[in-house]
Design a protein. Structure first.
Length: 163
């Protein structure tokens, strides 16, 4: 059985598809792509069916990441099939925990930057949507920094499952 991770931001066109692409690459590099499923969604449905923001695509492609993406809205019913729900900021964290049908589902929600020991106290990945390309590049740096710690946590959980 696969370990399932879903990244969530507001519209699912900037931060969460970026995190999905980066983490999927880390999972493949670690040889875990058959054991870990990665996807993303938004807390709202404004962009459902749209591709990622062109600036997200540009930054990802410039760094060698896959950019195939279609936006969708996170549904409460998904909690039952997910092992980990990764929020990109505290607003998403609160919205997802309110949406969770049960306490054990709310416990699955974590902030992405909580996996980056260098992040300090500010665990939000800022929304780059209303800014320039530099905000998307900063977002990618934060996502990449947190992805290593997240991968270690997922690997540890997978090893626990095998025991």
């Amino acid at each position: 059985m696969s370990y399932r991770v879903c990244f969530v931001c507001t519209g699912n066109i900037c931060r969460s598809p970026m995190a999905e692409s980066v983490f999927r690459a880390r999972v493949a590099e670690a040889g875990l792509d058959g054991r870990v499923e990665v996807d993303s969604a938004g807390t709202g449905g404004w962009h459902e069916g749209d591709g990622a923001d062109p600036r997200t695509v540009s930054v990802l492609e410039g760094s060698g990441y896959d950019t195939d993406h279609r936006a969708r809205r996170f549904e409460a019913s998904w909690f039952s099939r997910l092992d980990l729900v990764i929020a990109l900021d505290t607003g998403h964290l609160k919205a997802l925990r309110r949406l969770a049908p049960a306490q054990e589902d709310a416990a699955k929600v974590r902030l992405l930057r909580s996996y980056d020991p260098a992040a300090g106290h500010d665990l939000d990945v800022p929304d780059p949507y209303y800014g320039g390309l530099d905000g998307f590049e900063e977002c990618l740096e934060m996502v990449e920094a947190a992805s290593e710690g997240l991968l270690a946590a997922v690997r540890e959980h997978l090893e626990g499952r095998a025991a």
